[in-house]
Design a binder for this molecule. Structure first.
Ligand code: WAQ
Ligand code: MG
Length: 256
């Protein structure tokens, strides 16, 4: 599902950075996807439409829902373990981010480059690829970025995950989808780590994820009302971009 708005409008008076370039598809409001059995499809369509219509980034004037058959049998990938770090403000978050990412072998040049992308006024539709040593950006399209696609959660694991997240009092849709995406990304050869800040003005928890560290939630990574956000995948200095993008964008996986 992809929801967008053609004209720029401020969704809340507190938002400072609502200056995304409209482009042909308009201002991005919301996007989501999954892999489902055919019996689940009609239910999912209405759930996606509902989400797009009641989005904190504002009301879309176009919602596109696409349904495609899978032509490759999905691989099975485990969900990363979840940890929530203690963090009370963005300043503290930056200290945690530098520490966690340095421990994963990422240079401070690359970390600074990532934070510039994540806090830029114009958010990207997808993720930026940043090389772990040089900090050079490697995605072919700097507006679209790399769009992770082709992932779903196995039904029983999905139910177990929702129960676990509910017990922890976490927003199950947002966290579940972010965890699934991060788990696919972490399984990609050539990727060392990911960092994410939501672009929703009222969602202030971000995360760092990698196979080594698991999924590390960082509360208060940004202040309420901010419209910036994004994702950065830190890639090995010599990673082959085409192969990496084929895996992230096209290879279907089921998380369990
Ligand atoms: N592939 C790559 N990048 C994406 C994708 C995708 N499929 N979807 C979104 N992005 C990028 C894009 O630049 C967005 O601006 C940015 O990520 C943030 O997307 O455990 O809600 O959907 O509580 O706003 C983290 C949950 C929530 C943390 C992240 O991201 C937690 C979130 P959003
Ligand atoms: Mg969002």
């Amino acid at each position: 599902m992809r929801a967008s708005r053609s004209a720029q409008r401020r969704p809340s008076a507190r938002s400072r950075n609502n200056t995304q370039s409209p482009g042909s598809a308009g201002v991005h409001i919301s996007g989501a996807e999954g892999i489902y059995d055919d019996t689940e499809i009609t239910g999912i369509i209405s759930a996606y439409a509902r989400r797009a219509l009641r989005h904190p980034r504002g009301r879309p004037d176009e919602i596109v829902i696409t349904i495609e058959a899978l032509h490759r049998k999905p691989g099975k990938i485990p969900l990363l373990p979840i940890t929530t770090l203690e963090c009370n403000a963005p300043d503290e978050a930056y200290v945690l981010i530098f520490k966690a990412l340095s421990d994963l072998g990422i240079s401070s040049k690359a970390i600074s480059a990532a934070l510039r992308v994540l806090t830029a006024e114009t958010s990207m539709r997808g993720a930026s690829l940043i090389r772990i040593r040089s900090g050079r950006r490697a995605e072919p399209d700097r507006i679209r970025g790399v769009r992770v696609s082709g992932l779903g959660i196995e039904r029983v694991s999905g139910r177990r995950l929702s129960q676990k997240l509910s017990r922890l009092n976490l927003d199950t849709t947002t966290v579940g989808e972010a965890l699934a995406l991060a788990s696919k990304v972490a399984s990609c050869p050539g990727i060392a780590a990911e960092i994410c800040i939501s672009d929703d003005p009222d969602y202030t928890t971000g995360y760092i994820a990698s196979r080594e560290s698991g999924y590390l939630r960082i509360p208060n990574i940004k202040n309420h009302g901010e419209m910036y956000g994004g994702r950065v995948f830190f890639i090995r200095e010599d990673a082959a971009i085409e192969k990496l993008m084929d895996y992230l964008e096209k290879t279907p996986v089921i998380l369990y």
